[in-house]
Design a protein around this ligand. Sequence first.
Ligand SMILES: *Cc1c(COP(=O)(O)O)cnc(C)c1O
Length: 225
Amino acid sequence: MPTIAHNLKQIHTQIHIAEQTYHRVENSVQLLAVSKTKPASTIVSAYQAGQRHFGENYVQEALNKQLELRAFDITWHFIGAIQSNKTKVLAARFDWIHCVDSLKIAQRLSSQRPDFLQPLNICVQVNISDESSKSGVTLDELTDLVAQISELPNLKLRGVMAIPAPQADFALQREPYRKLVAAVNTLKNENLTTFSFGMSDDLEAAIAEGSTLIRIGTALFGARN
Ligand SMILES: *Cc1c(COP(=O)(O)O)cnc(C)c1O
C-alpha cells in the first residue's frame, strides 16, 4: 500500500512535470487535498507530509473534523453544494468557499462573515459543460455575478471554479477549461487569479489550460466508500 506521503510526493511530481510541459510558471499550481469521507487521522497524515489546504464537501462532517484538528494550522476550503440555511456556519468556519453561484448566497456569506475574521475567499462556480447540472452560473451570467460579488464588503473574490462532465479523452478534457479561461480573461478583472479546476482524473488537462488550484481526493487518499 502506498502511503499518503508517497502519493503526495507523486502528485507534486506530476504537477511539476505538467507545469514544465505546458509552459506554466513553476509553482503556479497549488494542491487542494479533498478529504471528504476520510477521517481526521488521514488529514493528519497528509499534514505531516506538508499539506496545509484541505477541501470538504459536507458541512457537519467538516465541522467535526475541524473540531478534532483545531490545533493544526489548516486552511479549510468548502467545495460542496451550498444550502442557504448553512451559509452562517460556512461563513464562520471556512477560509475559502468554492461553489458560489448566486448573488443571494454571496450576500448571505458576506453579511454572516464574523467581523474579527479576514474577508472570506470566494470562487464563483461556472457551469461549463454539463447542461443537466443546475449548479454553476453560465458564462453569460458570470460577468454580472462577478461585478456584484466585488461590491460585497466581507468577501474577497478570488476566481472561478468548475466541475466539468467527466471525459476520458485528453483533448475533450481540455476543451471546457479553455473556454472558461478565455471567458474569464475577457472580463479583465484583476481579482480573478484563482482557477479552481482539475481533479484526480484530469489534472494534466487542467494544468495545461491554466488551473492554479487542483482539487485532488482519490489520487491522494485512495477511493472513497
Ligand atoms: C470529490 C471532489 C473532488 C475530488 O475528486 P477526485 O476525483 O477524488 O480527485 C474535487 N472537487 C470536488 C468539487 C469534489 O466534490
